[in-house]
Design a protein around this ligand. Sequence first.
Ligand code: FES
Length: 83
Amino acid sequence: MKQTIHVVGLASGKIVAKLEATKTFQGTLMDFLMNNRIPIASSCAGAGTCKKCIINGVQLSCQISLKDFMGDKETAVVEVSYL
Ligand code: FES
């Protein structure tokens, strides 16, 4: 099953990117987004302390794996406030 992430910028009001999630990717959601050139803010490099990497209003993207974030969903939305 193909899984897609729609990255929505709340500042621009636009879909910034549509990314295909790869089942084999082992890293965090933040790693995946940054690997796809989505500029996710961070000053703690994923330690979970700066809280700048928040997506969807509440989720630290550095503290959840891409796999867990996607689950069985075909499509997921990542909203980033400053994009
Ligand atoms: S990168 Fe700092 S809390 Fe996620």
